[in-house]
Design a protein around this ligand. Structure first.
Ligand SMILES: Nc1nc2c(ncn2[C@@H]2O[C@H](COP(=O)(O)OP(=O)(O)O)[C@@H](O)[C@H]2O)c(=O)[nH]1
Ligand SMILES: [Mg+2]
Length: 214
């Protein structure tokens, strides 16, 4: 049983930049990953709601920072997906700025969920984020999403391979299998989030090391 009732999660607001976000108080846990990696689906699975976060087959639908609230002060953040090949440079720069500013300067960010399609893990931008969270000591859970697309044997092999790749950072980064389709990893995700939300002794200063995604 998880401590918080994730099913009660409701939409709070959408913000085009960090300056449009509500006050920097409470605790936030953010979802980040390539577009189409399964962020919105994971959010829906976590909260047991079909349409809370829009899911789409067409990449690029979440261009805003979307905030959700489980209960007063306990928030979830769906960050804009990264890694679009075909968008104008100006837009890329804007996304880069939104993401990097959120990650660096949002004090109430307490934990990060990096989502990677199990078939294509550890792409360039994932690696940049991973080395940055490690340098800045931000608690992170990597979810290998859509694990239902591989056989049990293949998905476990992939899990072991990714764990091996990041073994030097395992004090701060955990890796788990996930599937929004058949609920693999939901309990691990909820338990991890519980532990981040309950750790209210945090004193989170700005993360000092800069992040550059493009
Ligand atoms: N088979 C399967 N497909 C998934 C899973 N999670 C997401 N998808 C599909 O992958 C696509 C992108 O998912 P979405 O959640 O919108 O990704 P986002 O862009 O990261 O928010 C959609 O077509 C989803 O239906 C999963 O666990 N299993
Ligand atoms: Mg999405």
């Amino acid at each position: 049983m998880s401590y918080y009732d994730y099913n009660l999660t409701s939409f709070l607001t959408s913000a085009p930049t960090i300056h449009h976000l509500p006050d920097d108080v409470g605790i936030e846990i953010a979802f980040i990953g390539y577009s189409n990696s399964g962020k919105s689906s994971a959010l829906n699975a976590l909260t047991n709601q079909k349409k809370l976060a829009r899911t789409s087959k067409k990449p690029g639908c979440t261009q805003l920072i979307n905030l959700f609230q489980i209960t007063e002060g306990y928030k979830l953040v769906d960050l804009p997906g990264y890694g679009y090949a075909k968008i104008p440079k100006k837009m890329k720069i804007k996304w880069n700025n939104t993401l990097t500013q959120y990650l660096r300067f949002r004090n109430c960010l307490q934990g990060l969920l990096i989502l990677m399609d199990i078939r294509y893990p550890l792409k360039d931008l994932d690696k940049k984020i991973i080395s940055w969270v490690q340098e800045n000591r931000l608690q992170t859970l990597i979810l290998l999403t859509k694990s239902d697309k591989l056989s049990t044997t293949a998905s476990h092999a992939q899990l072991i391979a990714v764990r091996q790749e990041i073994k030097n950072f395992r004090d701060i980064i955990q890796v788990e299998l996930f599937s929004a389709k058949n609920n693999i990893g939901i309990h691990i995700l909820r338990n991890k989030m519980d532990s981040w939300y309950r750790n209210d002794a945090h004193i989170q200063n700005n993360r000092l090391i800069p992040l550059k995604l493009i």
